[in-house]
Design a protein around this ligand. Structure first.
Ligand SMILES: [Zn+2]
Length: 279
């Protein structure tokens, strides 16, 4: 670890100890540390284009799901849900942080169900979750194993309709309510932890656009030219860093103490700003 990282780690540790209202944004890096692949990395994009003659964006689009359902599910089953990922050690540290009462929300655009399997609560899943699969016709729900084990297109065992995976496809918008909840949580946070992604990530841009504090901490392995938009940056894996910045004996905040520290959640002029969601 270089000297700069070391100094920043000490500073961030101190800030976490003093914070009472933390929002954590989980990026694709937390999936990769859990053994997953980033299908949007240039290496994976190339492999996928070679194998399927289409880009991951095209294959994961709502148009492709509608037009070529057989091919969509071939890709979805092979590349997205082929294996069950195990949450990386970093999730244990996040659980510990949550148990201290300091975390307001986790926000993720990952949909591999790592957060819930790690026992995290108050998670905003912007892009859905692979475990929510439903028949669009009769509404019957199916687990991910049912989809994974189906031959060809998974169909509802009640009405024979094709099952819709519970994740956001390209061309679909994030539900307004979820986006607002995420933006509001970030706006009033006293510290934001951005994990395993960069400031160029749409999720980070949209969610933190109204944040005017000076405690946005980016922890990520890869350097990026937008790193300067974070107030503090630590370059390393999230699994390596979290045990160093989340101390073992964090002071616990009781719900009462927390309520008192939120005097009416000041409704100021910041509310008038609008956030544009592109996706
Ligand atoms: Zn059905």
């Amino acid at each position: 670890m270089d000297e700069q990282n070391g100094k920043t780690i000490e500073k961030v540790k101190e800030m976490i100890e003093r914070s009472e209202d933390i929002v954590v944004l989980l990026g694709i890096g937390t999936v990769i540390e859990s053994g997953g692949e980033n299908i949007w990395s240039s290496r994976e994009c190339y492999r996928i284009e070679e194998k399927y003659h289409k880009s991951p964006d095209e294959m994961m689009s709502v148009e492709y799901y509608s037009a070529r359902r057989d091919k969509f599910f071939e890709f979805y089953k092979n590349e997205i849900i082929s294996s069950c990922l195990t949450p990386a050690p970093l999730y244990k540290d996040l659980k510990r942080l949550q148990q201290s009462g300091k975390v307001r929300k986790f926000i993720t655009q990952n949909y591999f169900d790592l957060e819930e399997r790690a026992g995290l609560e108050d998670v905003i899943e912007l892009h859905g979750n692979i475990k929510y699969n439903a028949c669009p016709h009769c509404g019957k729900k199916f687990n991910v194993e049912y989809v994974r084990n189906a031959k060809g297109v998974p169909v509802c065992d009640e009405c024979n309709s094709a099952i819709r995976p519970g994740i956001l496809l390209f061309g679909e918008k994030i539900l307004n309510g979820l986006m607002t909840e995420a933006v509001n949580a970030c706006e009033s946070a006293d510290l934001i932890l951005v994990l395993g992604t960069n400031m160029y990530d749409n999720m980070v841009k949209f969610c933190t656009g109204n944040y005017e504090g000076e405690r946005l901490v980016l922890i990520t392995k890869e350097e990026h030219y937008t790193d300067r938009y974070a107030d503090f940056v630590i370059h390393d894996t999230v699994t390596n860093v979290l045990p160093k910045v989340i101390s073992d004996d964090l002071p616990k905040i009781t719900p009462k103490a927390k309520a008192e520290s939120e005097p009416g959640k000041e409704k100021n002029e910041k509310q008038n700003k609008t956030v544009t969601v592109k996706k």
